[in-house]
Design a protein around this ligand. Sequence first.
Ligand code: AMP
Ligand code: ZN
Length: 139
Amino acid sequence: MYDNSCIFCKIAQKKAPASTIYEDDDVMAFLDINPLTRGHTLIIPKKHYKDIFDTPPELLAKIHKTTQQTATAVQKATNADGISIFQQNGAAAGQEIFHIHVHVVPRHEGQKLGRFGNTHANRQELDQTAAEIKRQLTQ
Ligand code: AMP
Ligand code: ZN
């Protein structure tokens, strides 16, 4: 249920920093530290499951319900023209962190996506963006 070597388990347990948008007993939404675009958010279950294949279906439903709510707030906060949602399973699919997570990426007309891991946002920027998204979540 908790993997000591997993960064997302550490975030879920508050043992590593995160710019959090939402959390409850089961799930958490926080900003990606290498955002593809401003507002790039990740949704995770708090318990450690590797990928779509070993996550219980009820929890997967909860993760995606939270993804919908988060995407709505992200869209409003960033004024995005579109939102890409993706979730990678297995190294061959580009998964680097083996704790299931859904990416919510704001998209703007004509803006191309860069490569994963090419950007790095500082904590202050991430906290500021998280606060803007959080405000939309409560409205
Ligand atoms: P994936 O390639 O689908 O496994 O995505 C992993 C994502 O986790 C990447 O977009 C990373 O930028 C992101 N990431 C890695 N470490 C952290 C962290 N400590 N806080 C927030 N996001 C992270
Ligand atoms: Zn984990």
